[in-house]
Ligand binder design. Structure first.
Ligand SMILES: Cc1cc2nc3c(=O)[nH]c(=O)nc-3n(C[C@H](O)[C@H](O)[C@H](O)COP(=O)(O)OP(=O)(O)OC[C@H]3O[C@@H](n4cnc5c(N)ncnc54)[C@H](O)[C@@H]3O)c2cc1C
Length: 508
């Protein structure tokens, strides 16, 4: 076995921490992952209540198609072929209270027909949209660990779409939506964080859906997390749960290990933090290794919102409903102080048979909020009021659903509400954000530096070094983190072959 004697301690067992572990193990390092929760996944999470499973994360996974962009990188970290993907025909249906509805189909031809039928006055903008979806379908993301040498072929292939990419990256979703006169089409691009994001995010996602490369895997995000965990233990790695790191230990400006909340120390030759960026830099390292640019980033840059998730176990077969619906509300609803919602989204998980018994459906609604402090303070200072607020919001959500799906109220047998305080307790993400840095128009998806000035023996991975986050940010940031360590240690970065000691065949 080409194992080297060096050990990497990894803080956080979300997708990035797990991927970093697999890459490091493949390069022969000893690895110990320390995860504060009692299971792996971080934001890539679902939970069981009675016979229902409620997914929080997975809508689509870029790289789901065997021929698609990013599939090969998933193969480096787990056996993605063991997942079963479904490519839903309808991505989302947007419905006004009047009953007027617009379907966003994943197939671009069908989408074009639907949009032209509905909004012939927007024909020019619609054709421009569908042309963009078609041209971006083959777009190849650059490998952040590849440099020019590793990326020149992709850059050459992508050359024809660079002007389009440039144009869409500079525009916000809201600006993009303003090209359409149709109110529902406009609202598809402009609602919530989609409206603040660079328009490229949504158009590229539609492009990958059209090529079948942004499927949903049965079992949700935990199905893939379990397979990566399996790969990790197959390669001899160790993951410890309920192991909260309180401090990164530093000697002579070199990270030498970590201290857990109980006082135990875990030493290593390298520390990779795949945990929350703010906590890593300002708490675990006490803000000692931070330059002005990083401080400015954390002081000023916009994050994706946090969210409440209302999850309902419904004793009805809801297959007649689209997998995801957004209802435009005639009168806004107060979610939390100063925050009224004008749209509400529902996911009806009838397409995942592992989430509810036959004839029943797991239903979720994610309500974005930036009132993180309100929720954490309420939970800390007045648990009874916090619970009452959760109940109030669940009642509002059920009432809104009842307006669209008459009779559903009587069939709700499980109600579960998570808040930004829950997101923070279980993942440690700063301000309870759902994906880290929001990619604003003009900002681009360029990764952030994964080291800190003046600190050796330390690298970061995960959504805090890859604006836009998402599951692919796990391997995309874990790969360069481990590659940099290998380069420093003069260890070959060979992640295709697995450095697992195969037992010698025994002669009989
Ligand atoms: C509602 C929602 C929908 C989403 N939809 C999609 C989607 O459809 N497709 C997609 O690709 N992505 C989606 N995402 C984004 C995706 O889930 C995240 O970007 C990604 O999972 C982030 O992974 P990560 O490993 O960087 O961070 P995290 O998942 O936050 O992992 C960090 C881990 O570190 C642990 N940790 C933190 N502090 C400590 C400590 N001190 N000691 C030990 N452990 C610690 C945490 O418990 C956690 O397990 C969605 C996210 C949300 C919330």
């Amino acid at each position: 076995m080409k194992q080297n004697s060096k050990k990497i301690v990894i803080v956080g067992g979300g997708i990035a921490g797990l991927c970093a572990a697999v890459y490091a193990l493949k390069c022969g390092y000893q690895v110990e992952v320390l995860e504060m929760h009692d299971m792996a996944g971080g934001l890539a999470m679902s939970w069981c209540r009675g016979p229902y499973t409620f997914e929080t994360c997975l809508h689509w996974l870029v790289g789901s198609s065997p021929n698609g962009e990013f599939h090969a990188q998933w193969q480096e970290v787990f056996d993605i072929e063991r997942l079963t993907f479904v490519n839903l025909e309808e991505f989302v249906r947007i419905e006004a209270e009047s009953g007027d509805g617009l379907s966003i189909y994943t197939n671009v031809d069908r989408l074009e027909t639907e949009l032209l039928r509905r909004a012939p006055q927007d024909a020019v903008a619609i054709r421009d949209l569908t042309r963009s979806i078609r041209s971006l379908g083959k777009f190849r993301m650059l490998d952040p660990s590849g440099g020019l040498a590793g990326n020149w072929l992709n850059m050459l292939r992508d050359l024809p779409v660079f002007p389009l990419l440039g144009k869409l990256s500079k525009m916000s979703g809201k600006d993009y939506g303003s090209r359409f006169a149709d109110p529902l089409l406009k609202s598809f691009f402009s609602t919530g964080d989609v409206g603040r994001l660079s328009a490229i995010a949504m158009v590229l996602s539609l492009a990958w859906m059209n090529t079948g490369n942004a499927g949903y895997c049965i079992g949700g995000s935990q199905a893939m997390i379990r397979l990566i965990e399996e790969k990790l233990s197959e390669l001899g790695g160790k993951i410890r749960f309920k192991a909260r790191v309180e401090r990164i230990l530093v000697e002579n400006d070199t990270a030498v290990g970590v201290q857990l909340s109980g006082g135990e120390t875990v030493m290593g030759d390298w520390v990779i933090s795949a945990a929350d960026g703010h906590a890593t830099i300002f708490d675990l390292l006490e803000g000692k290794y931070v330059d002005a640019a990083t401080r400015k980033m954390y002081d000023e840059k916009e994050l994706f919102a946090s969210y409440l998730q209302i999850s309902l176990g419904v004793a009805l077969d809801l297959k007649h409903l689209p997998p995801m619906s957004t209802y435009v509300l005639e009168s806004p609803v107060l979610l939390d102080p100063g925050n009224e919602i004008k749209h509400i989204g529902f996911r009806f998980f009838h397409f995942d048979p592992t989430f509810a018994p036959l004839g029943k459906t797991a239903v979720t609604s994610v309500l974005p909020t930036r009132n993180f402090k309100y929720w954490t303070a309420l939970r800390d200072n007045n648990l009874a009021a916090y619970r009452a607020e959760k109940r109030r919001i669940a009642d509002v959500v059920i009432a809104l659903l009842e307006r669209r799906v008459p009779g559903v109220r009587g069939a709700v047998e499980i109600v579960d509400v998570s808040t930004p305080a829950t997101v923070f307790r279980y993942t440690g993400n700063w301000k309870g954000t759902m994906e880290g840095w929001l990619v604003e128009p003009g900002a681009g998806f360029k990764p952030l530096p994964n080291t800190l000035p003046g600190l050796k023996g330390f690298v970061m991975a995960g959504q805090w070094v890859m604006p836009g986050g998402g599951l692919p940010s796990g391997p995309m940031t874990a790969r360069p983190a481990v590659k940099a360590i290998c380069k420093h240690d003069h260890v070959p970065f060979d992640v295709h072959s697995e450095h697992v000691e195969k037992p010698e065949p025994v002669a009989v």
